[in-house]
Design a protein around this ligand. Structure first.
Ligand code: ADP
Ligand code: MG
Length: 609
């Protein structure tokens, strides 16, 4: 056995640094927390090269007295607690006295500070934890810490850092949290010389949301204000328009500290139950004010996870806080159902007025099919007008024959096709019935169209020629810091699948060209989902990722179920789908069509035994 030694403080600091300082973003987090603890009203964060070569945090807080300036860089040096009892009532963000020592151990650090009590300021410089300079300096009250060349003395750690842009994304996420946690403080964030975010510090959370997420979010956030059992819950929750494909836009703060907690996540998602589509997560910013004695923030070394002494009370307070906020505005559209089943009942016109629009449409279709079919059969198209090449099986179009539409029937005449099938019509605004020889097919319009769209996209993609169109009005999408970086690092990928996008600053991306024409909201959703795929694509090959994305584009651009289709559209769809070889499922694996034989029907109706 080797002899047991007490570690040299320098080595101990380097080990501690491993826990506290993982990357530039962790340095920014510790420094900004110190500024907040010092009572700052304005904090500026500046980084260069993702914070790897340069981080500066300046504040107008209380500053550090000259005699404490050196001590601050020693391990377990803190002004925030003195004894064990203090741990139960911590209201500051830091209290371990580890951050400055750890950061100084793995970088070149400069501190400039002046407290209210001092006439002049102090400048201290440390290289890898060793003090190389200490002198007086004239400066305003407050503290500036500059951290240069992080991990310059630990090349092994340096290797784990990602590209500058990725590290900058993490920094921006930390800053966003600080901003949302402290709307009373004015923040300025400068990245590579450019001002990226500025908040006014007017103690209004909505101003922070505007600065970080953009104006779209401001319109979609509802205020939360609730108090139960001494647990105060306040903040903002987003409606369905700003629901996201992941939980990146959920921020929880307890007494101003950003935390992660499954209890809070569950409570929020329960409160949103049935309001959002599957795999959509709400945007929420919630502040909890709780007696510090009821929480233990010391569970996790990076102080993000908390334990509550009464989980149930906290859960309930958050659940009701969110429910109240959501339902106060009643933004779940009310669904009115028809009074009686459309199968047996044709409502008089007066009653029809009361039926919601969608149901009414379905009902009218049904009425057409059911009631007028015998008549239609009598109205055989006028064969004199039909060119001789047209098949002897006329394509009877029920809807057209009831209300003939000149331009459509002309089109049909212009493009006569020989067909060995007959389209019977659309049912439930979702399925198309086709008769071919002794078979009847029921085609799912969405699944079929999705498959066709996918096949076409794949063909175009393989030819490196995805059809893409410019948007008249470019669409701006707000993302989280890491998401923006994912987009920036994968510009080629987005180009290949037909998206022309550009960085728009302030954590947003502008979409100028797209492979499909869909409404803005759906386009935004699609784009966010694709970013999600790319972000979680660490192991997949690039091709898998692209195929997966093409599926998604196909799905989003395909005709939806519950939509009445024009006769022309139906004909085109059926013609195309019947030409596909050996493909009977949509890209998601659901069937495109099912079939039923004449023989089967005759058996069912006991015409044959
Ligand atoms: P902790 O925050 O856990 O106390 P740190 O290592 O982060 O430990 O900081 C050590 C001490 O240095 C703090 O307790 C505080 O007294 C002082 N300090 C650090 N940053 C600032 C700042 N920006 N303004 C005023 N005092 C500061
Ligand atoms: Mg600290």
């Amino acid at each position: 056995m080797n002899k047991i030694n007490i570690l040299d403080p320098k080595v101990a600091n380097m080990i501690a640094a491993g826990e506290v300082v993982e990357r530039p973003a962790s340095v920014v987090k510790e420094l900004v927390e110190n500024s907040i603890d010092a009572g700052a009203q304005a904090i500026t964060v500046e980084i260069k090269n993702g914070g790897i070569t340069y981080i500066r945090v300046s504040d107008d807080g209380g500053g550090i007295d000259r005699e404490d300036a050196v001590t601050a860089f020693q391990r377990h040096a803190t002004s925030k607690i003195i004894n064990a009892e203090d741990l139960d009532s911590i209201l500051t963000l830091g209290f371990r006295g580890e951050a400055l020592a750890s950061i100084a151990a793995v970088a070149q650090v400069e501190l400039i500070t002046k407290s209210m009590n001092s006439d002049e300021g102090t400048l201290i410089r440390l290289d890898a934890g060793k003090m190389i300079k200490k002198e007086s300096i004239g400066c305003p009250q407050g503290t500036t810490i500059v951290v240069k060349n992080l991990f310059y003395n630990i090349p092994a750690r340096m290797k784990f850092l990602k590209k500058d842009a990725t590290e900058a994304g993490y920094v921006s996420d930390v800053i966003n949290r600080m901003i949302l946690g402290h709307p009373e403080i004015s923040f300025k964030y400068i990245n590579n010389g450019k001002e990226a975010v500025f908040t006014p510090g007017n103690n209004n959370l909505i101003s922070c949301v505007y600065s970080i997420y953009g104006k779209d979010y401001v319109r979609s956030m509802l205020p939360v204000e609730y108090d139960e059992n001494g647990i105060k819950v306040s903040g903002l929750v987003g409606n369905a328009d700003v629901a996201r494909a992941n939980r990146n836009f959920q921020s929880f703060f307890i007494n101003g500290r950003y935390i992660k907690s499954k209890t809070l996540t569950y409570a929020v998602e329960e409160a949103y139950r049935n309001m959002l589509m599957v795999n959509k997560f709400p945007t929420v910013i919630l502040h909890l004010n709780i007696n510090p004695a009821m929480i233990d923030v010391n569970v996790h070394p990076t102080k993000m996870e908390v334990k509550f002494s009464n989980e149930k009370q906290v859960y309930q307070a958050v659940y009701w806080a969110v429910q109240n906020a959501l339902y106060a505005k009643k933004h779940i559209p009310e669904v009115t159902l028809p009074k009686k089943s459309a199968f047996h009942y044709i409502p008089p016109a007066s009653e029809k007025m009361k039926i919601s629009e969608e149901n009414q449409q379905q009902e009218i279709n049904f009425v057409k099919e059911k009631v007028y079919i015998p008549e239609v059969k009598l109205q055989v198209p006028n064969f004199e007008k039909v060119p001789s090449s047209v098949s002897s099986v006329p394509n009877v179009n029920h809807a057209q024959n009831i209300e003939p539409k000149e331009e459509i029937s002309n089109k049909n005449l212009e493009a006569p096709r020989l067909r060995d099938y007959k389209i019977i019509g659309q049912v439930f605004s979702t399925y198309i019935i086709v008769q071919k020889e002794d078979e009847m097919f029921v085609v799912d319009q969405h699944a079929a169209h999705e498959r066709l769209r996918f096949e076409r996209l794949l063909k175009e993609y393989n030819k490196k020629n995805i059809y893409s169109q410019s948007l008249l009005i470019p669409v701006v999408v707000t993302l989280s810091g890491p998401e923006v970086q994912v987009v920036k690092e994968n510009m080629d990928f987005f180009k290949n699948i037909g998206f022309e996008v550009e960085d728009f600053g302030n954590n947003s991306i502008v979409i100028r060209q797209t492979p499909i024409s869909i409404e803005e909201k759906v386009l935004k959703d699609l784009f966010l989902e694709i970013v999600g795929i790319v972000q979680s694509n660490k192991k997949d090959t690039i091709t898998d990722m692209e195929i997966h994305t093409l599926y998604m584009i196909a799905c989003k651009s395909a005709i939806k179920a519950n939509r009445n289709m024009q006769q022309e559209e139906i004909e085109k769809l059926i013609e195309d789908i019947l030409q596909l070889e050996n493909i009977n499922t949509c890209p998601h694996g659901r069937p495109i069509m099912i079939s039923m034989s004449k023989y089967y029907l005759e058996k069912q109706f006991k015409r044959i035994q």
